[in-house]
Ligand binder design. Structure first.
Ligand SMILES: [Mn+2]
Length: 367
């Protein structure tokens, strides 16, 4: 305990003393330079809003795309120099080797982090792990949160049987069917499968990838004030920015667009948890991984210390009184506005992960 507190104090002193990572000792070895800590100690030292990363190197149930076991350890190593940030911790990686057990471990850890006042951020392999992050983060919420996911694919499993959707191409369908989320909002959907003519999915809406940056934030307006869990599938970015993902799709979001959306969500919604999935380990540079981690941290209200200082300086020098909100700036005529407002939360049980993640089929088409 003492050594952890000491490590934390030492870290702050180092950060405050110099905004760039210390070249002598290097950054801490966690995600984005986060301080390694165990879950119990995190509960003791966490301040409100501190971020706790949890890695999962195990694929839970991949049905589509290239395999990426070890993606969390890869991202941890790749992004350790991405800071420095204040209030980041790394709880290590999931130890369970069974997918069902791993889901339970993720959910339990996320719930512990939330109960300590922290924000759980799961870094995983296939997107299925996101469901565990959502369930754990929302365990003690009086109402089910809105599931906001940046993803080239809807992951609704519309081509799968209703009882065969707990995999990376269908878990959102399962989530809606069981009312584990109040509704789901996809941003950046664009795979060919998203265009196929299936019946409308209740409590689901999407904002296409080709939407301009200014329109994107207008489309997000109905989410204002909502309690949300946010998931980033790395393939939401255009392959020009993030080529190493399990299911790449052309025509994706720019880093700037993703970053703006994340900032908007942080400022206008209550984010209870987040995750990053579907990145593929590779030998190239770390630009894509750093950009994704940075977006994830923007979402949680964290930004690198040197950028915070720059922003404060800029805001001071260009400060002007806030303009009153006009009717035209409050656009509410977007299609899913009613969906967010009218779907009351329905209490539901957490799923039994046992027996549900046992079947793994070979990859076929991308859903
Ligand atoms: Mn995807």
């Amino acid at each position: 305990m003492l050594s952890i507190v000491h490590a934390r104090t030492d870290f702050f002193q180092r950060e405050i003393g110099q905004p760039q990572p210390n070249t002598k000792t290097g950054p801490a070895p966690g995600f984005a330079g986060a301080i390694p800590i165990d879950t119990q100690s995190f509960s003791q030292v966490a301040l409100s809003g501190d971020v706790a990363f949890l890695g999962c190197d195990l694929e839970i149930n991949r049905r589509y795309g290239r395999h990426n076991p070890g993606a969390a350890s890869f991202l941890r190593k790749k992004t350790k120099a991405a800071g420095p940030y204040r209030g980041l911790y790394d709880l290590g990686s999931v130890t369970s080797t069974d997918p069902s057990e791993a889901m339970i471990e993720i959910a339990d850890t996320a719930a512990t982090v939330v109960n300590s006042g922290g924000l759980p951020v799961i870094i995983g392999c296939d997107h299925t792990a996101s469901l565990a992050g959502l369930l754990g983060s929302a365990r003690d919420e009086p109402e089910r949160p809105v599931y906001v996911y940046f993803d080239a694919h809807f992951d609704l499993g519309r081509n799968c049987a209703e009882d065969d959707r707990l995999h990376n191409g269908g878990f959102v369908g399962d989530m809606l069917r069981h009312k584990w989320a109040r509704c789901a909002v996809n941003i950046g959907g664009r795979s060919i499968a998203t265009q196929l003519d299936y019946p409308d999915t209740p409590r689901f809406a999407s904002i296409p990838a080709y939407t301009s940056i200014s329109l994107l934030t207008q489309c997000l307006a109905p989410l204002k004030g909502e309690t949300i869990y946010v998931s980033l599938d790395a393939d939401v970015l255009d392959p020009a920015f993030a080529p190493n993902v399990a299911c790449p799709e052309p025509g994706g979001l720019s880093v700037e667009a993703l970053s703006r959306c994340c900032r908007w969500l942080n400022r206008n919604c209550r984010v209870i948890g987040a995750d990053l999935m579907e990145a593929l380990p590779h030998q190239g540079n770390r630009l894509a991984e750093d950009a994704l981690l940075k977006c994830l941290l923007t979402l949680t209200g964290k930004e690198p210390l040197h950028e915070t200082r720059h922003r404060i300086r800029t805001e001071k020098s260009t400060h002007s009184p806030a303009r009153p909100e006009t009717t035209s700036s409050r656009k509410t005529n977007v299609p899913y506005c009613r969906l967010v407002e009218t779907n009351a939360a329905t209490p539901c049980e957490e799923p039994s992960m046992k027996d549900r993640t046992q079947t793994t089929r070979p990859a076929t088409v991308v859903s």
